[in-house]
Structure formats: structure tokens, C-alpha cells
Design a protein around this ligand. Structure first.
Ligand SMILES: [Zn+2]
Length: 63
């Protein structure tokens, strides 16, 4: 059944996209000073811990 194959291919590509996004999201958030867990703005946060969810943030490599 070709119809089933199309649905399966879409399902798989959605999974691959989610996987790729899960790899790149932390990098994007770190670069933009956002919490790696919830995406909260960490501008002005000096403790290295998110004030919203308490997640410890990885150290900033470059400013
Ligand atoms: Zn957070």
C-alpha cells in the first residue's frame, strides 16, 4: 500500500526533524543566552542557574 508508505515516510521525517532540532536547540539557546531547558531569557543572570526552572546552565564559551 503506497498510501501507508507515504504516511510512514512523513512520520519518519518528522522524527528526524525533531531529532535534528533537539541537537541544535541547546546550541541556539546558549548562543542567545536562553535557558537550555525552558528557553527562558537569562540576560542578567549571573548565578549560572535559570531563575525560572532552576536548571544549571552550561558555561558561556565566548561572549
Ligand atoms: Zn529555565
Amino acid at each position: 500500500m503506497a498510501h501507508k508508505m507515504v504516511i510512514w515516510a512523513l512520520f519518519k521525517s518528522a522524527g528526524v526533524l525533531a531529532f535534528i532540532r533537539s541537537i541544535f536547540r541547546p546550541r541556539y539557546r546558549r548562543r542567545n543566552r536562553l535557558c537550555v531547558r525552558g528557553g527562558d531569557n537569562l540576560e542578567g543572570t549571573v548565578s549560572g542557574v535559570c531563575s525560572e526552572c532552576g536548571e544549571a546552565q552550561p558555561p558561556q564559551g565566548r561572549q
